[in-house]
Design a binder for this molecule. Structure first.
Ligand code: PYC
Length: 310
C-alpha cells in the first residue's frame, strides 16, 4: 500500500494512494460510513502504532461521484472518520502536486460533508475554501469537574467544536498534558449536560483560545482531537468554526485576514465570505511539506499488522 506522508503546520497527514478497501458505490458519505463500520482494521493499521501514532490523519483517495472534483477523499483518525479536515486537505494538495497530479491553481475535492476547493499557490502553500460553517449555540456554560464553570460556543466547521475564548490554562508547549486533561474534562461535561451538535451529533473537538506569542497573530489555540491527540496545527475545521463565531459576533468583517497561531506556534491565515445559508465560507491558507513516500507492509505473521488498539 503506497502512502505519502506530509505535515501541515506540524500536523501529520498520511495519504493512501492505493491498496485501500473496496467501498462499493454510492455517495461519498455512504462510502465513508462503510469505511468506518466495515474496515476499522484498515484505518487502525494505517494510522496507529506501530506504523503511525495518535496524531496522524489518514486520507483515503476514492473516485469522486461529482465529476467536477479531482478526487474524493475520506479522512480518518485513530478513532473514527472526520467529516472534513483542513490541515489534511492542505497536505493532500501538496502531496498531489509533489506527485505531479495537479498543478498550480484551483482544484475541487469531494468530502463526506461536501465539496471543498483548494488553490495550490506554490509547491507548499495551499488555500482551502471550506464548506459553509456556522455557530449553533453561543455562551453555553458547563460545570467542569475540578475546574468550575467554563463558557463556550458550539460551532460547525466540517466537524463539531466547543470553543472557549479564554483558556484557564496557558497555551504553551509545556502545558500539553494539563491542556489535554482540561479539554477531555470539558468534553465529558458537554456529554453529561447533553450539549450536542445538530441532530444530537457528538461534539468531538474542543478548542481553547488565548493570547498569541507571534506579534502578527491575533490568537493562539489548543485543539483536542476526537482520539485524545492535540492538533499541532491551528486546525482548519477549528478555524472555520472560529470564523463562524467571529462573524456571528460582528468581530471580523468579510474578507478581513486573521492570523491564527497553534499551540506549537505554527500559523494559518484565515478569512471568510458570507455563506448562502447564513453562515460563513471560510478560507484557510497554510503550508505543508512532504516527509516520506513509503510502502506499508502487512505481514500475515505480524500480530500487530492491524495496529495496536488498547
Ligand atoms: O485541520 O481540520 C483540521 C483537523 C481536524 C483534526 C485535525 N486537524
Amino acid at each position: 500500500m503506497r502512502v505519502i506522508d506530509s505535515h501541515t503546520a506540524g500536523e501529520p497527514t498520511r495519504v493512501v494512494l492505493d491498496g485501500g478497501p473496496d467501498l462499493g458505490s454510492g455517495t461519498l458519505a455512504e462510502r465513508a460510513a462503510r469505511l468506518e463500520v466495515e474496515h476499522l482494521d484498515f484505518c487502525a493499521s494505517v494510522v496507529l502504532e506501530p506504523r503511525g501514532h495518535d496524531a496522524i490523519i489518514g486520507a483515503l483517495l476514492v473516485p469522486p461521484s461529482n465529476p467536477d472534483c479531482v478526487a474524493g477523499v475520506i479522512y480518518f483518525n485513530n478513532l473514527q472518520n472526520l467529516g472534513m479536515c483542513g490541515h489534511a486537505t492542505i497536505g493532500l494538495g501538496v502531496t498531489l502536486a509533489h506527485l505531479g497530479r495537479i498543478g498550480p491553481g484551483r482544484h475541487k475535492f469531494e468530502t463526506p460533508v461536501g465539496v471543498v476547493e483548494i488553490d495550490l499557490i506554490d509547491a507548499n502553500t495551499v488555500s482551502v475554501v471550506n464548506i459553509e460553517s456556522y455557530r449553533l449555540a453561543k455562551d453555553v456554560t458547563l460545570e467542569v469537574e475540578g475546574i468550575g464553570p467554563v463558557t463556550g460556543d458550539v460551532a460547525w466547521g466540517g466537524n463539531w467544536f466547543f470553543l472557549v475564548k479564554n483558556s484557564p490554562v496557558a497555551l504553551t508547549g509545556a502545558n500539553i498534558r494539563p491542556l489535554t486533561d482540561l479539554t477531555l474534562k470539558i468534553r465529558d461535561a458537554l456529554e453529561k449536560a447533553g450539549v450536542t451538535g445538530k441532530d444530537g451529533a457528538w461534539i468531538d473537538h474542543i478548542e481553547l483560545f488565548g493570547p498569541a506569542e507571534d506579534p502578527s497573530a491575533q490568537s493562539r489555540n489548543f485543539v483536542l482531537c476526537p482520539g485524545g491527540a492535540y492538533d499541532r496545527s491551528p486546525c482548519g475545521t477549528g478555524c472555520s468554526a472560529k470564523l463562524a463565531c467571529l462573524a456571528a459576533d460582528g468581530a471580523l468583517a468579510p474578507g478581513e485576514d486573521y492570523l491564527q497561531e497553534s499551540v506549537i506556534g505554527s500559523t494559518y491565515k484565515i478569512s471568510y465570505q458570507p455563506g448562502p445559508g447564513g453562515g460563513v465560507i471560510p478560507t484557510i491558507t497554510g503550508q505543508a511539506f512532504v516527509t516520506s513516500d513509503a510502502n506499508l507492509i502487512f505481514n500475515p505473521a505480524d500480530p500487530y499488522r492491524a495496529g495496536i488498539r488498547l
